[in-house]
Design a protein around this ligand. Structure first.
Ligand code: ADP
Ligand code: MG
Length: 587
């Protein structure tokens, strides 16, 4: 596995490095040179010992000693230069990777960015690219050192006493064999599993922390702990299995490379045939000095393989983003003639899902009409709304805006036509002014103020320390769900698109907020084509038509009074809703 993927990984990394690839090569060569230089003191030491043992001229020692100090210092400097080269290249690779990912990400269908998707994308952009940075900046020069050192040692071994040298190599080679067997066995898959388990655990942890208030308020402990606990258990089980799998080969590897001493002493005894000879003692001493170096290098090589697998996995993760199909650009573009919306036989199936989320929808909305989508949770309301804004392309059928298929309308034109007010208003961590101005970056401050006023946001602005310049989410400025939704309505008002899609927030903290959101929305809806996903049925009574979605299909539609007369699902939902209202008032 390792030998197969190595050249491929380097090829991909070199591509990302562009002109900086030579710096990677230079860095690796310099690192190898510094490794060779690092061996010189061991040779010097051997010479000093020989002088001492043989009683030669002691004055020569000081020169050798200086060399033994000076050359490692020089080696260190060369190594620093090597790291310098690889770091520059690594930063370049990381920057290129991120910019390539970001360029691709902006072309992706909006539907990719659901909560799960954004987390994965964020982690890939941050962490996977960081993994390659560590690999190039540190692991590649380390690997060069780790490969050069045994070569240098081999030369030294051969130079002094090749028999002893060979003896040192026996356990090292056996250990290496064990290591290779360890790397071979579906290691890459294991690495991917490990990353996946880690991913699941960290996203569950985030979910869990977010859910703490709910858990506390509703005392739902058992249920809400479960997924997090499963993720931790899964990770624990995986690591245990992995550790157990590696226990034997790893023990064997460690035993072998640490048993060089034993082999050496035994070998020296056999070689000397029992008679003590100063040359043999000298050589054995030399090898005893050198073998820890061999052990350290071999261990380093073992771990560099692991790091490489992290990089292979990171590259795969990046590919999974780069391989997402962007929305097709139309060959021939069309412009909408009016603000009508029509769904013709629309079906949609989520990627990887076996069942259709919505099936054969036929919905026709005239210019300026207001319609509502209602129905039980999971019925397909959000999916339908997102299809209209082309978060993803329909699996079957077509959607027309102003008579033009939305797949033929240029992306920026479509975005000008449609405003989407999300259920969970996604405000950015910036000032309210900038948050609203996202809709139209060239809008003047006065226009933003006007939009905020129309959206009933003045009470929010007044209570904030810096008014519209207050940065959301800092210094304790947190807005309630209803307040956030009003601000995103202000954003939609500023954008002034002729078609509005609103996913109503499910719950409001207080009735005052609810009234204000509804007032803000009525302002926004004036003269527009409106598609609203309603949870409080009082808001749908006056719409032109209501579509009841259940299990992905429209099960009934019509005006409020028509549906009440039908005595179907809508009637049932409305009665239930009225009861809950009365219950609230009663309580
Ligand atoms: P609603 O908004 O009416 O509650 P949705 O449109 O969110 O319904 O969901 C409709 C169906 O599509 C449900 O069965 C849901 O499980 C499925 N679904 C929603 N989002 C996804 C997704 N990202 N991947 C796979 N299935 C999804
Ligand atoms: Mg929904």
């Amino acid at each position: 596995m390792k030998t197969e993927s190595s050249p491929k990984v380097m090829k991909i990394l070199n591509e990302y490095a562009g002109g900086h690839r030579h710096l990677i090569t230079l860095g690796r060569i310099l690192a190898a040179v510094s490794a060779f230089m690092g061996l010189v003191p061991f040779y010097d030491l051997w010479r000093i010992i020989r002088i001492a043992v043989n009683g030669e001229e002691l004055s020569r020692i000081s020169g050798i000693a200086w060399q033994a100090v000076g050359i490692p210092v020089a080696a260190l400097l060369v190594y620093i230069v090597a790291l310098f080269c690889t770091h520059i290249a690594a930063f370049r690779v990381q920057a290129n990777m991120r910019s390539r990912l970001m360029h691709r990400i902006v072309t992706l269908p909006l539907g990719v960015f659901d909560e799960d998707g954004t987390g994965k994308i964020r982690r890939t952009v941050n962490e996977s690219t960081a993994a390659t940075e560590t690999f190039i900046a540190h692991n590649l020069p380390d690997k060069a050192v780790a490969s050069a050192t045994p070569v240098g040692l081999l030369i030294l071994l051969a130079a002094f006493n090749w028999k002893l040298g060979l003896i040192c190599l026996i356990p090292a080679l056996i250990g290496f064999g064990f290591m290779m067997s360890m790397m071979g066995k579906d290691m890459q898959e294991k690495m991917a599993e490990y990353q996946n388990a880690l991913d699941t655990m960290s996203s569950e942890a985030t979910e869990y922390v977010r859910g703490v208030p709910v858990v506390k308020v509703f005392g739902q402990s058992v249920h809400s702990f479960r997924r997090f606990k499963e993720a931790i258990d899964g990770f624990g089980k995986w690591t245990t299995q992995y550790t157990l799998m590696l226990r034997k080969p790893m023990t064997a590897f460690m035993t072998c490379i640490n048993s060089v001493f034993a082999f050496l002493v035994l070998g020296a005894y056999i070689l000397s045939k029992g008679s003590v000879d100063s040359d043999i003692i000298l050589d054995v001493m030399y090898y005893i000095i050198v073998t820890p170096l061999l052990t350290v290098t071999l261990t380093k090589i073992a771990y560099s393989g692991e790091q490489e697998m992290v990089v292979v996995d990171a590259l795969k993760r990046m590919d999974s983003i780069l391989n997402i199909q962007p929305l097709s650009e139309p060959a021939q573009s069309e412009m909408p003639k009016d603000n009508s919306v029509e769904l013709r036989n629309v079906s949609y199936r989520y990627k990887g899902s076996s069942d259709y989320a919505v099936r054969e929808l036929n919905i026709s909305i005239g210019s300026g009409e207001h319609i509502a989508l209602v129905g039980p949770s999971g019925g397909g309301k959000t999916t339908t709304a997102e299809l209209i804004a082309r978060f993803f392309d329909v699996t079957e059928g077509s959607i027309l805006i102003g008579g033009a298929d939305i797949r033929s309308i240029p992306q920026d034109e479509l975005m000008k036509q449609v405003s989407f007010v999300f259920q969970d208003s996604r405000l950015l961590k910036t000032s309210i002014l900038e948050n609203v101005r996202l809709a139209r970056p060239d809008a003047a401050e006065a226009e933003v103020m006007q939009a905020l006023e129309t959206a009933q946001c003045m009470d929010i602005i007044e209570k904030l320390p810096d008014g519209i310049h207050t940065v959301i989410g800092t210094k304790g400025t947190y807005l309630s769900g209803g307040e956030q939704q009003r601000i995103s309505i202000a954003r939609a008002i500023l954008k002034n698109a002729p078609i509005i899609i609103l996913d109503e927030a499910t719950a409001f903290a207080d009735p005052d907020n609810e009234t204000k959101v509804q007032a803000a929305f009525s302002e926004l809806a004036k003269g527009k084509t409106v598609i609203m996903i309603a949870h409080r049925l009082s808001t749908v009574v006056n719409t032109n038509r209501i579509y009841v979605l259940k299990d992905g299909s429209v099960c009934e539609y019509g005006t409020h009074s028509e549906l009440m007369d039908k005595n179907g699902l809508y009637r049932q939902m409305f009665d239930e809703y009225s009861r809950s209202i009365n219950w609230k008032v009663g309580a």
